[in-house]
Design a protein around this ligand. Structure first.
Ligand code: ADP
Ligand code: MG
Length: 259
């Protein structure tokens, strides 16, 4: 039973796109479950908050999960989840995340793919509201005099997930990719592979040189390079999301994930 966590250099970098492609490739001969623990930016349908990422993941995974099983913590507004939680006078806790993840794990899928939110250091909020002192001052962590926060990365560490890093190939990506990789390592989490993704139409200058630099600097295998796949192909035909994912899935080297 393998469990992967998909993180990225930033939001809109292609986490959902790459997650769907990975799931599509893996479901050829494996039972794959999806988990998107936290989302912000949802549509309220019949009283249920439905997130687009969760909907897409549900189309590719093959464990017959409901949208809320895939995405248990959802906020309507497309804002930082812990700020959305605060506005609703609630809090996202590690215990909650672990509890929801246990439900997904109980499916006993061969592979569970977990899509993060934002980048690696996504805040969940202060460790515990209970820990706030009576006078209302924030709980300060002695080391760096900032409130004791929890992050989605703490969940990844506690759950011992293996991380796949999606790098959005644009100017600044070398810095973002290296900082993210180094932080994952410093957190004591296993980052096992990366994917170069072109999430926008205009390809960056010197794309291949930038990819070569990352191949040199990141000591983990690059398992795919996804070109940008436009909505309309060269013959003027519309390309559906499914077709894009089908195309991208053919370019993944799954071997490093299955060892
Ligand atoms: N290689 C690609 N080709 C075409 N469109 C892409 C590609 N990668 C990402 N996109 C599109 O870019 C947008 C942002 O990607 P998404 O996967 O939603 O990012 P994230 O999950 O990291 O926020 C989506 O509309 C997605 O379909
Ligand atoms: Mg996403």
């Amino acid at each position: 039973m393998k469990q992967f966590f998909i993180t990225a250099t930033d939001t809109d970098a292609g986490k959902t796109f790459a997650s769907c492609a990975l799931i599509h490739a893996l479901t050829k001969d494996k039972k794959v479950a999806a988990f998107k623990p936290i989302s912000a930016g949802c549509e309220l349908i019949d009283g249920v908050l439905i997130n687009e990422d969760a909907k897409l993941l549900s189309k590719f995974a093959n464990c017959e999960q409901s949208i809320t099983h895939i995405n248990p913590i959802a906020f309507k507004q497309p804002i930082a989840p812990h700020i959305a939680a605060k506005k609703e006078n609630t809090q996202i806790s590690l215990t909650q995340l672990t509890h929801h993840f246990d439900k997904v794990k109980s499916l006993n899928a061969d592979i569970t793919l977990v899509e993060g939110a934002g980048g690696w250091r996504l805040p969940l909020g202060q460790s515990s509201l209970d820990a706030l002192p009576q006078d209302g001052n924030e709980t300060l962590n002695d080391e760096n005099k900032r409130p004791a926060y929890q992050f989605l990365s703490d969940f990844v560490k506690a759950s011992k997930l293996q991380v796949i890093l999606i790098v959005n190939m644009k100017l600044g990506c070398l810095n973002h990719a290296l900082l993210t990789y180094e932080t994952i390592k410093a957190d004591g989490v296993d980052c096992i592979a990366w994917i170069a993704n072109c999430a926008v139409g205009e390809s960056m200058n010197n794309l291949s040189e930038n990819i070569s630099e990352l191949e040199l600097l990141l000591p983990i295998p690059k398992i795919a390079q996804f070109d940008y796949i436009a909505d309309i192909d060269e013959e003027g035909h519309e390309v559906s999301f499914y077709q894009k994912i089908n195309l991208a899935a053919q370019h993944i080297n799954l071997a490093p994930l299955l060892v």
